[in-house]
Design a protein around this ligand. Sequence first.
Ligand SMILES: O=P(O)(O)OC[C@@H](O)[C@H]1O[C@@H](OP(=O)(O)O)[C@@H](O)[C@@H](O)[C@@H]1O
Ligand SMILES: [Mg+2]
Ligand SMILES: [Zn+2]
Length: 187
Amino acid sequence: MIIFNKQYIRKGFFIQTNKKKIIYLDRDGVINKDFGYVYEIDKFEFISGVLEACKHFINLGYEIVVVTNQSGIGRNYYTKEDFIKLTNWMKSEFKKNGIDILNVYFCPHAPEENCSCRKPQIGMITQSLNDFDIDLQKSWLIGDKMSDIQTAISANIPNKILISKEKEDKVLHVVETLFDTINIIKQ
Ligand SMILES: O=P(O)(O)OC[C@@H](O)[C@H]1O[C@@H](OP(=O)(O)O)[C@@H](O)[C@@H](O)[C@@H]1O
Ligand SMILES: [Mg+2]
Ligand SMILES: [Zn+2]
């Protein structure tokens, strides 16, 4: 039996980092089909392969955080309560498939409000760092707009993937659906 010298432990030689590694997921266009300001359960259609991809991430030890712009609230297309109702349903659907979503962060503001949380601003990422002990260097951000990728750049998240049918030469990883990221995120 090895007895660690208490003074070493006191000096932090054996501090184990339990920092979380996160997959930050954009919602519309990544988790669900983006029909435009989706806020009703019957209009929320999971994109094929999303559940399998999320199970893959969890098997690799990641936790999943959703970061979503919801300007439809600020534009008065729907209410914050509508969004929360849909979000609770979405989380329950993930849960039914063995996938726990650590948290969903959303920006309810319209673009003209110039808030600090609407992507590509990094307010939602910063809030997640306040809420959890996260290792951003081992985390990923996956989105369907270049503004999502810009969020990762601004937040110093080194690993980012664009979900798009067009090749964006400014982004190293461009795939058509979240399922395709299984071939990229392997540890
Ligand atoms: O992709 P995330 O961030 O999860 O959510 C995007 C949605 O809030 C909506 O964002 C809008 O952009 P504007 O917010 O109007 O610029 C449009 O792109 C809509 O099609 C889209 O549904
Ligand atoms: Mg999106
Ligand atoms: Zn905001």
